[in-house]
Every structure is written in C-alpha cells, then in structure tokens.
Design a protein around this ligand. Structure first.
Ligand code: V47
Ligand code: SF4
Length: 388
C-alpha cells in the first residue's frame, strides 16, 4: 500500500471512513460524495481516485491512459432548441447544413489521415431527419466500412423519433441498420430540473435521456454519459446526476465512459448568473465521478475543455482517457475555448507520458490498437495543417 493511501486511511484523516470504503470496495453513498465535494483535502481525494482507477484498469494496465485517433463531424448547427449555454447553435440566417456529399468530403479528408472513429453530432434541424442520417451513415460505411460511427446524442434520437412519428427503439434500430456503432454522451447537461429551467433546456428530461441510453444498451450499443458544469448547479445536483447514471448502469450496463464537461461562456448571456468552475472544481468532478461511478469503466479528461495542462493533472485524479485527436472541434470553440482545434497523435502521447502514464491508442470500444513503450521518447510536435 502506498504511503499516501496509508495516510488516507489513518484515523486522523477526516475522510478515513470513506477511504476505508474505497479500499474495501464498498459503494459510496450520496452523503459520502457530498463530503468529498465539501472537503479541501484534494490530495486524499486524488489518492483514492487513483487507487480506484488502478483497480478498474486491471492487472498490468494500471498506468494505461487511452486516447483515440478520431474526428468530430457536425453536419448542421441549426437547432430548434435555445439552450442558454449553447453558442454553437444558430438561427436559420447564420446556420449551415451540409449535404450528404459535403459530409462525405469532410470525412474523406480525415479518413485519409488514418482516423478510426467519426464522432458525429449536430443541432436539431427538421431538414436533417432520420432519412438524412440513414443516408449519411450508409454512404460513409459503404466507402469506409472500417470506420466506427459514434453518433447521435439521446437528444437527437428523441428529436428524430418525434419528427418521424416513431418510437425511440424503432429510430435506434433503423440507425443501427444504417451503420451506427455507438452513441456519445452529450445532451445530458445537468439532470436537475431547477438548473434546466434556468438554462431554458426544454429537450430530453433525465428520464427520457436515461430511457434512450437504456434502449441503446438493450440493442447492443455502447454509449457514454456527460455532465455539464458551470451552468448554475450546486454540488447536490452533481451528485444526484451521478447517482442517476450509476442506477441506469446497474440496470443496462452499456456505458463505457463518463465525461465531466465545463461550460464556456462567449456568445452566451449566463456569465453573471453562474459561477465558473475552477481548476479545483474540475479535478473534484473527475475524482468524485471515478469514486461514485464504480460501475463505469472509464473517466475522460476532455482536453478540449480542460486545457492540455489540467487534463494532464486530471490523470492523477482518476481519469484514464484523454479523448481524441478530434480534427476540428466546434461546440466549445464557438463558446470561446482557446485550446487547439486538434492534436496530433504524438502530442497526445507526449501529454500522457509526461504525466507519468503509458499512452495507449484505442478504438471506440476500448480495444487496444497500440501500447507505447513505458518510457517512450515522444516529443511535442507542431501540427501539419490538414484542412483546406
Ligand atoms: O451536449 C454545449 C456541451 C456537449 C457548451 O461521448 C458545451 O465521448 C461547454 O458531449 N461550453 C457536446 N460545453 C460534447 C460532448 C462530448 C465531448 C467529447 C466526448 C464525448 C463522448 C462527448 O457539449 C453538449 C453540451 O453538454 N456544451 N454548449 C458550452 N458553451
Ligand atoms: Fe441545440 Fe444542443 Fe445547442 Fe441545445 S445544446 S441549443 S439542443 S445544439
């Protein structure tokens, strides 16, 4: 047992009862999570989360940190919803909607560079109905059968179902038939109704978001889950959000990864009504989610929103995934993120190994593609421009 873990267990430590639960693999309660959020003993929290990360990783993989060579692809930014934190969506006059051929052209450029996943999400646009997405998926899969399509949030599934007048399960079945491989975790925002009301989130309440993920799991799809912070929530809202996800995972078991997100405010009017998460808050979200979501295999430090430096630190707070190379991020950059739009694989490996972990390139379902050598001599390389 490490010295830090022994210190966490010492009876003088105010979190020692929680530390004992973590070591003995006893599920943490809502009260435990609230105490962890209220505590300023961030190093004990990190120690416990790192311990849990290692247990989940399995023997021989304790130091593995995953990343994926992927692209984000957003076919439309027109959206019928008006969530107050969103700077990505636009009204008709300022919006874009790509044709199937334009989507394919974007995909081709990146697929040539060796990506193996397309992460595709977009606004809720009546022009992009289920027929549009079926055609998009089929066209991509016909030309590139090896590419994994991680696409459609539960919010989009709800919208497409309503447009087509069919059930969620029928919508999912049609999209799976067309090539959908898994679903990302977006659109969960904060499940608490009080926060949603303030942020004017009318779409997909918690029960519907969870129902759609449960159905996807039943149909054999893996999915992810997110939680958007910095939108006027309190710590109880965050803990309740995690508890709902943990309960759903107990029932349906198909979540692969949890991603705490952090709001950016450019182009929104909410700055003065909410408190912006600090670095401390972000690290607590990562660590506490690792401890509370004991049935989730992976916790992601999304470098686009955390920044590369904080994402590196998050690896010592329970995160075991740094997401991907991405290609061209639009949603957070529309709201003022200053991180690069993309990172080369070498940069991802550099960040991970500099933080003391072993970079592992993975596919969407966490099958290992390449394990870097333990002391890999990676360097931070400048990116070649790829977009025309
Ligand atoms: O659902 C919207 C959030 C999400 C803002 O599943 C904002 O692997 C910050 O879900 N500032 C999309 N965030 C991103 C997402 C995601 C990202 C990476 C990996 C995965 C995965 C999922 O971004 C939206 C919404 O919650 N968002 N506006 C904003 N101003
Ligand atoms: Fe539309 Fe999603 Fe933006 Fe809400 S967060 S306005 S649903 S694109």
């Amino acid at each position: 047992m490490s010295i830090l873990l022994e210190k966490a267990l010492a009876s003088s430590n105010s979190l020692s009862d929680i530390a004992n639960k973590v070591i003995s693999n006893t599920r943490l309660t809502k009260e435990d999570a609230l105490r962890l959020y209220q505590s300023s003993d961030i190093l004990t929290l990190a120690t416990l989360a790192e311990h849990q990360r290692q247990i989940k990783a399995g023997a021989g993989k304790e130091k593995y940190v995953y990343y994926i060579h992927n692209m984000h692809l957003n076919p439309t930014n027109f959206c019928v919803e008006t969530c107050r934190f969103c700077s990505y969506s636009n009204t008709l006059s300022k919006s874009y909607t790509w044709t199937v051929e334009q989507v394919l052209e974007k995909a081709r450029t990146r697929i040539k560079l060796g990506i193996n996943e397309i992460h595709m999400v977009g606004g809720l646009n009546p022009k992009c109905d289920i027929n549009y997405y079926e055609t998009v998926f089929r066209t991509i899969k016909k030309e590139f059968p090896q590419i994994h399509l991680k696409a459609m949030t539960a919010v989009e599934i709800e919208y497409l179902s309503n447009l087509a007048g069919i059930g969620y399960q029928a919508t999912l079945e049609r999209l799976i038939e067309a090539g959908l491989g898994s679903m990302p975790g977006g659109g969960a925002e904060m499940f608490a109704e009080s926060v949603r009301a303030k942020m004017r989130v009318k779409k997909t309440p918690a029960s519907t978001w969870l129902e759609i993920h449960g159905l996807a799991h039943k149909l054999g799809l893996n999915t992810n889950a997110t939680m958007l912070t910095g939108i006027g929530e309190n710590i109880e809202n965050k803990v309740d959000h995690m508890l709902l996800l943990r309960e759903q995972q107990d029932k349906s078991g198909g979540f692969l990864c949890f991603i705490p997100l952090k709001c950016y405010y450019d182009g929104t009017t909410i700055q003065n009504e909410v408190s912006e998460p600090t670095g401390y808050d972000v690290l607590k979200d990562i660590a506490i989610s690792r401890l509370m979501l004991d049935n989730f295999p992976h916790i992601k430090a999304y470098w686009i929103q955390l920044g590369e430096n904080l994402a590196q630190v998050a690896l010592s707070f329970g995160a075991d995934d740094m997401d991907g190379t991405i290609g061209e991020e639009k949603i957070t950059h529309a709201a003022g993120a200053k991180t690069p739009l993309e990172l080369a694989k070498e940069n991802m490996e550099y960040l991970i190994s500099e933080a003391g972990y072993i970079p592992v390139e993975r596919d969407t379902l966490y099958n290992i593609i390449k394990v870097s050598k333990e002391n890999c001599q990676t360097t931070n390389v400048p990116l070649e421009p790829v977009l025309a």
